[in-house]
Design a protein around this ligand. Structure first.
Ligand code: B16
Ligand code: MG
Length: 227
């Protein structure tokens, strides 16, 4: 396989804003009379803003309480609080191993793309001082099918000018791994309890060029044996 690009998820791979999402949702949910805990936080990983609200309302037994307009008001309130919390984010919030890996990719002429469900992705990359490290960021506002649908990863491939078979996708959520696999890209999972990842690593610290080269080598040998 001729590797041309790595396509990254953002939250949980490049940085970790899950606790900020949680704090914002927690305060908004409390005003609706719904108490959420860390378990709910885990369930919202990689899920879009409106889908997250639906899950919280369902959990609180209020799935049919609000109109669509009211739901947009609630989601906007959550986002305002989340964005305010994002002001604390700086380059020190880049997860371990990511900055050297992005530098290594640049050195090798391998492109970097972003496939995040977050509408705040460009703002977060700017806070991390990483905008220049990415060749293309898929625009979450133009995506109609959430992960595990492959749409956002395919949009990233198109934007980078590569085909999925030349790419590796990196994700920390099961829906993301499934989306990458459906595309025909190689998948790398970050964290425990992810199924069907081509390579599963316990943290981004292990996401080194050596591990990626090892995965490519293994895949090439497996393809040759199956031929
Ligand atoms: P926003 P990812 C996802 O980011 C988060 O994991 C998820 O918790 C969040 O609801 C979603 O982005 C949407 O974020 O409200 O900023 O549009 O993992 O796809 O990078
Ligand atoms: Mg994620």
């Amino acid at each position: 396989m001729m590797l041309k690009a790595l396509i990254f998820d953002l939250d949980g791979v490049i940085t970790d804003t899950a606790h900020l999402h949680f704090l914002a949702w927690k305060s908004v949910a409390a005003e609706l009379g719904i108490a959420i805990d860390e378990r709910m936080n885990h369930a919202l990983k990689g899920i879009s803003r409106m889908a997250s609200l639906e899950r919280i309302l369902q959990f609180g037994g209020k799935a049919t309480t609000f109109s669509e307009t009211q739901k947009i008001v609630i989601a906007t309130r959550k986002n305002e609080r989340y964005v305010a919390l994002l002001s604390s984010l700086g380059p020190d919030a880049i997860l371990p191993g990511i900055a050297p890996l992005l530098a290594e990719l640049k050195k090798r002429g391998i492109k970097a793309g972003l496939a995040s469900a977050s509408l705040n992705a460009p703002r977060i990359l700017a806070s991390l001082n990483l905008l220049d490290a990415f060749d293309f960021c898929a625009d979450a506002s133009r995506i109609t099918h959430p992960k595990p649908h492959p749409e956002i990863f395919l949009a990233a491939c198109t934007g980078l000018g590569v085909v999925p078979e030349e790419c590796i996708g990196v994700e920390d959520a099961q829906a993301g791994i499934d989306a990458i696999n459906v595309c025909g890209m190689l998948s790398i999972g970050i964290g425990a309890s992810l199924n069907n990842a081509g390579l599963l690593l316990s943290s981004t610290e292990e996401l080194t060029w050596a591990r990626i080269a090892g995965l490519l080598d293994y895949t090439d040998k497996a393809t040759a044996v199956n031929r």
